[in-house]
Design a protein around this ligand. Sequence first.
Ligand SMILES: *Cc1c(COP(=O)(O)O)cnc(C)c1O
Length: 371
Amino acid sequence: MEIDSAALRENCQRLTSMGKEGGRHCEILAVVKADAYGLGPAAVELMYDWGIRRFGVASSREGIALRERGIGGEIVLLGGFFPEEVQSLLTHRLTPVISTLDDFINLSCYTARAGRIIDYHLEIDTGMGRMGLLYSDFDERWRQEMAKHPLLRLQGVMTHFSCAESDPAYTRTQFLRFGQFLERSGLDGPTVPNILRHCSNSAGFLFFPELRLDMVRVGIALYGVSPTGDPDLIKKAGLKPVMSLKARIRHVKDLPAGFCVGYGATATTSCPSRIAVLPVGYAQGLPRNLSNRMAVLVRGRRARSIGVLSMDQMMVDVTEIPGVTPGDTAIVIGRDPGGEEITVEEVARQAQTIPHEILCSLVRVKNRIVT
Ligand SMILES: *Cc1c(COP(=O)(O)O)cnc(C)c1O
């Protein structure tokens, strides 16, 4: 895996400037959960070096791993936390997202004991049905508890869209519910001038400029991949793919017509064929259902998968591509200098999943930063 640091840097700059469009001031929180969507922690270090100071992770384990690599700034625990994690959360200055009054009270005990201010975000469930307090459930008890614990400082209020890439009407319904919550809770008024209100992920950010509020939580778009599966969306926004995946051809051989290829003998050569074996398979995170569907770029041309992907190997048909030699580099995801390109979006479509899952599943592939 190669991480194009120039593209990542441009994406950071582009997203930051998009946040300022129309005279708004919308902060960017870089979502780096799942090892920065499989790109690895070095990508987070780069972003930190460039001045990104807000990160979002899924768990305290991920947050602690970043702190141990020297990542400063704010690290928001988007996925919530267990009560027994509170102590290490404080030690590593991770910012909790609270979904229940129990979370809140639990945290308040620790802050009182430690005598330290803790910033937190409150998550409101407006229709995702995942983390967060139901938007209609904020009541007097919350108000009282919040007033009682000044060491717990509300830094942000968030909700999460479930279909910003596919259903504008439902997204607006969620936004209206978020507005209702803010109004009823009093968290939208002049008494709380500094809290960050945030609701958008990449799709929300790209499709609904008017719903950007004070901050957006951008994951997939940061890495130059489209949340919808349509790479044009990303290109039009001026963002570039950051990740490419390459494999060196280990073996080339000629097979006669009518010869079976791969486990299960799912493919048979229809004519005398030349196949190349690549040392990459489902152990490296390529979904097995890409078998007989995906293509890779060899010498700038498409070579189709033939046979079922094995654990650590796959075969591609290079009959039509002259001069293929063991040791040649094949591009599994990425752009060839000649212009042919295989995008994460294309691979996701062939694997019948979303681009996010393809990126994350490549998390174990050894990576290096290139410029
Ligand atoms: C993962 C996540 C995001 C980022 O989503 P993308 O589609 O990758 O931009 C934003 N907010 C929350 C709460 C998330 O869990």
